[in-house]
Ligand binder design. Structure first.
Ligand SMILES: Nc1ncnc2c1ncn2[C@@H]1O[C@H](COP(=O)(O)OP(=O)(O)OP(=O)(O)O)[C@@H](O)[C@H]1O
Ligand SMILES: [Mg+2]
Length: 233
């Protein structure tokens, strides 16, 4: 039987704010299979980033569990979780978080260098990845010398370069103008066909969600698979 890449069962998460408890996730179940690309939509404050942080091991659920590659993940020690996260997950955020003093190719090579890949090989793989995201002509540009859309392309290349099982993206077009958002939508569509890495993409961008295999709606603390109807959010 094919095992899911990333799976969560009955995930509950609340925050305490003084005497008040904010119930954010009240029982989330999700199965993500190899090569599957899903979008998660939902209103602001519905808990999308909270869910992504729990799925990515950056935060622990209060109840329930997350398994990564059929192994317990959320119950690991912080050190183990950090190690597994570096090997098997990639992250892309609304703000690119690229290192300003390094070039595009050096930024993309970083996860490979951290994993112990030889510098020459890491730079070669990074350049190939930048070619895949359409930035061969920008390899030596620093982040400040790139457009917003180009920076997000570099961030996506960096998240995928070491072929993690899954990349988690939180609003990858959230900080972009329409033109740059469209270039990322097109890139995501082509990457979805080309790479075997699974994607979980949290977004308010309906066009971006439409490039994924499935869309889930997060509301009232739970995930609901959306049908083919246009997203009214
Ligand atoms: N560290 C925290 N402490 C207390 N409350 C928090 C914390 N983080 C998030 N919350 C609350 O949890 C709820 C869900 O937040 P979350 O950031 O997951 O929403 P979201 O769906 O990602 O929203 P957006 O679309 O605006 O990014 C919100 O009501 C938020 O105020
Ligand atoms: Mg959010």
């Amino acid at each position: 039987m094919v095992k899911p890449v990333l799976e969560c069962f009955g995930v509950v998460k609340h925050y305490r704010q003084g005497p008040q408890t904010i119930e954010v996730l009240t029982g989330v179940d999700l199965q993500l299979f190899a090569g599957e690309h899903i979008a998660i939509v939902g209103s602001s404050g519905s808990g999308k980033s909270t869910l992504l942080n729990v799925l990515g091991g950056l935060d622990k659920p209060d109840k329930g569990r997350v398994d990564l590659l059929a192994q317990p993940f959320s119950s690991c020690s912080d050190n183990q979780r950090g190690r597994i996260r570096n090997q098997s997950l990639g992250f892309v955020y609304q703000f690119h978080h690229l290192l300003p003093e390094f070039s595009a190719v050096e930024n993309v090579a970083m996860p490979l260098l951290i994993a112990g890949v030889k510098r020459s090989q890491a730079l070669l793989s990074a350049e190939q990845m930048l070619t895949k995201v359409g930035l061969l002509q920008r390899v030596s540009h620093k982040p400040s010398e790139l457009s917003g859309g180009e920076r997000q392309r570099v961030a996506i290349a960096r998240a995928i370069v070491n072929q993690p099982a899954c990349v988690l993206m939180d609003e990858p077009t959230g900080n972009l103008d329409e033109k740059n958002a469209e270039s990322i939508q097109a890139l995501m569509k082509s990457l979805s066909r080309e790479v075997s890495t699974s994607f979980v993409v949290v977004t308010h961008d309906n066009k971006l969600a439409a490039t994924m295999d499935k869309t889930y709606h997060l509301s009232e603390g739970g995930l609901h698979l959306k049908g083919g109807e246009p997203d009214g959010l």
